[in-house]
Design a protein around this ligand. Structure first.
Ligand code: GLU
Length: 446
C-alpha cells in the first residue's frame, strides 16, 4: 500500500516537472527510503504530506540584465525556489554557474529541506542562483552582476523570510556585493538576511571552513562506528573550491594523506599528499586551472578530463558537484577496497553508484547529513546576528563538531530503529522527513 502510493507520487512528480532529471533523482532517492516510516505513520499519506513536500511553496524566476566591461548588455536568468518553511525561514545558498536551470535549483532546494531539518536548528529549505558564468569575469563585472541580481531578489528575502548564502560560484566576495546592494535598497543593516558574510561585518568565524570540516567530522564518526580512525588512511577528494579546500585541511590535520583534488578540467594525483598552500595559490589567489598545480609540483600527475576515483584510497570524498561519481566509479572504488564514501558536494553520487557502494558494505554518508555543517554554521551565524554577538572561532567550530556528531548519531539510530542498521541514507531521509512532516501536520493544510 505505502509502496504503491510512493510510486504514484513519484510518477506524478516526474510528470508535473518534465525535463528536470536532477530534481527527479533527488525525489526518487528520498521517496525510495520512506516506506518503513510510512508503514508506521499512515497519517503522512492521509494528509498528503509527500505530495505537499515535493511541491515548492514559491518559485521566483527573473531577468538579470547587466553591463560587462566592454559596455555590452548581458542577460541572465535568476531564480529562487522557496521550497519549505515548516521549520523556519527559507534557508539555502545561491549558485552562479552556467549549468544552473530550474531543475537543478529544485533538486538543491529539495535536499536543503531535509538537510536543514537534520541540523536541529530552525531553518526551512530553499535554493537559488543564476546561469551566470563567473569564469574570466573581472571583479567589477562580478559586482555589477551581483547588484543586478539583488535588485530583484531583495523583495523576496528577509531575516525572517528567506536567508540566502553561498554555493558554487558564490563566496565571500559575492556575498559582500549582494549584501551591500540589499542594505542600500532596504535602507537597513539587516545582518541576518544573508550568511557567509565577511568577519568584520556580521560574518561568523568558522563559516568558511564549516562545510569541509563538517564532512570530515562526519566521516570520522562513520569510521569510528566501524572501529577505525582517519589517522594513517589514504583519502581522495574531488573539487578544489571551498568545500574541498577545508576538507583537505581537516583530513591532513587528522593524519590522513590526501592524494587528489580536481576541477572541471581534470584531477591531480599527488602521491606525496596535496600541498594545500600551492593548491590555494593556484585556485583561490590566481583563479587558475588545476594543471598549474601539477606544473609546479614534482611527483604529481594530471589526469586530464578525469575524476580521481581510479586512485586507490580508503576514504573518498566527492566535494565538487552533482553526479560526479557514477556506478563505474563506485565499482572501481569498491575493487580498490574503499572503506567509506561521504558526500561533500550535493548529490555527487548517482542512484546506481549509491546502490553499488551499499551492496558492497561501504560506509556511505549522504550529502544531506555529511555536508550539513555549512548550513548548520549559517544557522549559528544567524544566532550571532540576532544576539548582536560574535563568538570565537573555537566556540563556533566546537558547536559545529557537536552538531555533526548529533547528525551522525541521529542517522545511525534512525536506521537501526527502522530495520536497516548502518544505512545512513535511510536514517538521514527518515529523520529529516519526519521532523518536517510533523511540523507540517501541526500547521494544518497549506
Ligand atoms: N550551499 C550550502 C549547502 O548546500 C550552504 C547553504 C547555506 O549556508 O545556507 O548547504
Amino acid at each position: 500500500m505505502a509502496d504503491d502510493r510512493l510510486e504514484s507520487v513519484l510518477q506524478q512528480v516526474i510528470a508535473r516537472n518534465p525535463a528536470e532529471p536532477e530534481f527527479h533523482q533527488a525525489v526518487t532517492e528520498v521517496l525510495h527510503t520512506l516506506q518503513p516510516l510510512l508503514a508506521r505513520r499512515p497519517e503522512y499519506l492521509d494528509q498528503r504530506i509527500l505530495e505537499r513536500v515535493c511541491e515548492p511553496e514559491r518559485q521566483v524566476i527573473f531577468r538579470v540584465a547587466w553591463q560587462d566591461d566592454r559596455g555590452v548588455t548581458q542577460v541572465n536568468r535568476g531564480m529562487r525556489v522557496q521550497f519549505n518553511s515548516a521549520l523556519g525561514p527559507y534557508k539555502g545558498g545561491l549558485r552562479f554557474h552556467p549549468s544552473v536551470n530550474l531543475g537543478i535549483i529544485k533538486f538543491l532546494g529539495f535536499e536543503q529541506i531535509f538537510k536543514n531539518a537534520l541540523t536541529g536548528l530552525g531553518m526551512g529549505g530553499a535554493k537559488g542562483g543564476a546561469d551566470f558564468d563567473p569564469k574570466g569575469r573581472s571583479d567589477a563585472e562580478i559586482m555589477r552582476f551581483c547588484q543586478a541580481f539583488m535588485t530583484e531578489l531583495f523583495r523576496h528575502i528577509g531575516d525572517h523570510t528567506d536567508v540566502p548564502a553561498g554555493d558554487i560560484g558564490v563566496g565571500g566576495r559575492e556575498v559582500g556585493y549582494l549584501f551591500g546592494q540589499y542594505k542600500r535598497l532596504v535602507n537597513a543593516f539587516e545582518a541576518g538576511v544573508l550568511t557567509g558574510k565577511g568577519i568584520g561585518w556580521g560574518g561568523a568565524l568558522g563559516r568558511t571552513e564549516a562545510t569541509g570540516y563538517g564532512v570530515v567530522f562526519f566521516v570520522s564518526h562513520m569510521l569510528a562506528a566501524r572501529g577505525r580512525s582517519l589517522d594513517g588512511l589514504r583519502a581522495t577528494v574531488s573539487g578544489s573550491g571551498n568545500v574541498a579546500t577545508y576538507a583537505i585541511a581537516k583530513l591532513q590535520e587528522l593524519g590522513a594523506t590526501v592524494l587528489s583534488a580536481s576541477d572541471s578540467s581534470g584531477s591531480v594525483h599527488d602521491p606525496a599528499g596535496i600541498d594545500l598552500a600551492l593548491l590555494r595559490q593556484v585556485k583561490e589567489v590566481e583563479r587558475g586551472r588545476i594543471s598549474d598545480y601539477v606544473a609546479r609540483r614534482p611527483g604529481a600527475t594530471f589526469l586530464q578530463g578525469a575524476r580521481p576515483w581510479s586512485i586507490p584510497c580508503d576514504v573518498a570524498l566527492p566535494c565538487a558537484t552533482q553526479n560526479e561519481l557514477d556506478a563505474a566509479d563506485a565499482r572501481l572504488l569498491v575493487s580498490n577496497g574503499v572503506l567509506a564514501v561521504a558526500e561533500g558536494a550535493n548529490m555527487p553520487s548517482s542512484l546506481e553508484a549509491i546502490e553499488v557502494l551499499q551492496a558492497a558494505g561501504v560506509a556511505f554518508g549522504p550529502a544531506k547529513a555529511a555536508n550539513a555543517g555549512g548550513v548548520a554554521t549559517s544557522g549559528l551565524e544567524m544566532q550571532q546576528n540576532a544576539a548582536r554577538q560574535q563568538w570565537t572561532f573555537e566556540q563556533t567550530v566546537g558547536q559545529l563538531a557537536r552538531i555533526m556528531e548529533n547528525i551522525h548519531s541521529t542517522c545511525a539510530a534512525t536506521a537501526e530503529q527502522f530495520g536497516s542498521p548502518g544505512n545512513l541514507l535511510l536514517g538521514a531521509n527518515i529523520a529529516g522527513f519526519q521532523r518536517v512532516a510533523d511540523a507540517m501536520l501541526a500547521h494544518g493544510v497549506m
